[in-house]
Design a protein around this ligand. Sequence first.
Ligand code: BES
Ligand code: MN
Ligand code: ZN
Length: 496
Amino acid sequence: MKILVQKGKLQDNKSQAIILAMFQDQKKLTGTSLSVDQASHGLISGFLKNDDFSGKPSQIAVIYTCGAIPAQRIALVGLGKKSEVNAERVRAAFSKVMQYLRNINVKKAVTYLDFNLLPREKNKIVQAMVEGVLLGLYQYTPYKTVGREDIREMEQLNIVADESKYSSVSAEVKEVQTIVDAVCLARDLVSTPANEMTPSILAFKAKEIARRNNVTCKIIDRAGMKKLGMNSLLGVAAGSKEEPKFIILEYKGGKKDKAPVVLVGKGLTFDSGGISLKPAEKMDEMKSDMAGGAAVMATIIAAADLRLPINLVSLIPATENMPGGLALKPGDILKSYCGKTIEVINTDAEGRLILADALSYASIYKPAAVIDIATLTGACVIALGDDLIGMLGKDEKLKAQIKKAAKSTGEEVWELPLWDNYSELIKSDIADYKNTGGRVAGTITGALFLSKFVGDYPWVHLDIAGPAWSGKDKPYIPKGASGVAVRLLVEYLRNT
Ligand code: BES
Ligand code: MN
Ligand code: ZN
């Protein structure tokens, strides 16, 4: 799908469809809509008299022009009330109208860039439009063999911009496209079934990513982990025949001596629960338990392709959690990379085990900040539902930066307290910690467990168990893998 910026007049465009976004309380046509209306001898104003379309959020109407103007159709899409419109509304509207046009087999459409569509955030209109279009049109089809000819694809959207804005808008479209490409790569990695997205394959994908300028990749294999003493990660890997991989991606875009930001992503390519086996229902969705890892891999891509002036490291401990003959057993005790001991109460609380070693390992970078991203707890889905990212940490500055990036991208975070008193719940009788604290405050005790392995650096934990995978279509996230946190992290990095 190509997005091109062009000059010229919308009403002269020969496209299959002209897209016009409209407010709900818009009394009169103005600007470009008015020009298109006049050129078509009142097609739009005439249509609007019928009350078929009121401009409610993401409402769509298609008017056939029957030769009145060169374009075949005019597609109206609602943004809701002007006083309520925001970037999320714009993303949703452009996603929905493009999906609609794709459904009726339109391949090429054109729209006009109107900064007034987002009156209070004019500088975000290009980003919101392009994100809505590209994220909404995503589909994952490599495994469909029957009826492939029925898979519809949009080919091109042209955005008509004023002469004076042409080059700045073109540059911005390119930037947004770079970021969305990274999000879609994360979605692809997560969507790929676990038999074809093993830790080894994920590591191979990381090597591919590192073909870029200023990006390098190092893989620590099982033997290397043994040497380093990453026994917590090795413990989780013990039940699987798939080789675990500790994936390290480094991007150097900043001054040599500048401390990097380190991102740590949970890379469970499949979480069966291990000996504490999960129920069968929805276990298939546990191929998405590497969504954090996918997000931090994609973020490195975006940072490198945008040539951000920063140093960045992504660490992805990758393994399966399986109930093989050598698997961890409840009651087993592991000595982690930093030396602290862990009593494994429940083998399904495996994410924190592999992250513990990765978080301790992060110290060797003397990082400016560490953010870990993980589908860590079902409790987070119960607490916050499937839209919100849970955020826990003590560093107020880092949390504020993440909140700001979350607001700006629509990938919203909600803070839960890292309540020290609950550390009691993860004290072990015979080891330093146990890996679960029981049913209460599951997201908090998960984060508290991680905090015991965090080094001397600012740290925040993001629990993406809710939004990483969507069981239903969301406005610009088709059902399945969302690629969540990539846009959030890139925005955070751009602001640092
Ligand atoms: N990967 C799961 C968490 C999860 C659940 C993510 C549902 C997405 C959707 C994690 O490894 C897990 O199993 N956590 C346990 C922890 C418990 C045993 C303390 C959970 O949430 O039940
Ligand atoms: Mn688990
Ligand atoms: Zn898991």
